[in-house]
Design a protein around this ligand. Structure first.
Ligand code: GDP
Length: 211
């Protein structure tokens, strides 16, 4: 199975726009829903090398007192038990003060040691300094409840800002044998040979969530 990168955020955060920006709707093939689970989780294969996982928004309940109210059970199960999930991108609106739902969600990710990154969306909507302040305040609020230090991106589906950085980050997280290898025409004399006993693909073992 391909490495998976999931995208989640509150409704209206700009997730659909960001997914369209990242994929430019090219090579976007919906693969499958989790069998027997929910149609809420959608998988798309990108360039045959990774899967983009579109997760439903969280925090519909006005005040999410319990984990059950914070997000869908199938989403929680996917996030916490998926060996092929490499990282979850948590989308946050760059215009607003830290929101309780977002903080609760990243706290939950942190307490379960699940790797995530933050993407602050819609940065074209205000001055750059405003976005920087939002990001700083969110980081400060987050630091009160988790030790996680996720990578941070800022994006705009209008100006395409952030697209290259996010895609480069994903490419850098893919296992080397998923990336196309350039043919140089020269024998690869400097590369150590794989011992005959090592099965192909063994280097993936145990390399699922801990990066
Ligand atoms: P979703 O509900 O999280 O999938 O959010 P959408 O992608 O549907 O976006 C919600 C609204 O925000 C729509 O009106 C979008 O046009 C707008 N929007 C999303 N991303 C951006 C952005 O980067 N810049 C601006 N200016 N508007 C955005």
């Amino acid at each position: 199975m391909l490495p998976e990168f999931a995208f989640i955020g509150r409704s209206n955060v700009g997730k659909s726009s960001l997914i369209n920006l990242l994929t430019e709707k090219k090579d976007l093939a919906k693969v499958s829903d989790l069998p027997g689970k929910t149609k809420l989780i959608n998988f798309f294969t990108i360039n045959g090398t990774w899967s983009l996982v579109d997760l439903p928004g969280y925090g519909y309940a006005h005040v999410a007192k319990t984990e059950r109210q914070l997000f869908n059970t199938a989403v929680r199960d996917y996030l916490s038990h998926r060996p092929t999930l490499r990282r979850t991108f948590v989308l946050i609106d760059s215009r607003h003060e830290p929101q309780e739902m977002d903080l609760k969600f990243v706290h939950w990710m942190g307490t379960h040691s699940l790797p995530f990154a933050l993407i602050f969306t819609k940065i074209d909507k205000q001055a750059a300094q405003h976005s920087r302040n939002t990001i700083d305040r969110f980081r400060a609020a987050m630091a009160k409840s988790t030790d996680a230090q996720p990578p941070v991106f800022a994006s705009s589906s209008t100006t395409k800002s952030g697209r290259a950085e996010i895609l480069a980050f994903i490419a850098g997280a893919l296992p080397a044998h998923n990336a196309p290898k350039p043919f140089t025409g020269a024998p690869m004399m400097n590369h150590p040979r794989r011992p005959p006993s090592t099965p192909v693909g063994d280097e993936m073992a145990g390399d699922d969530l801990d990066d």
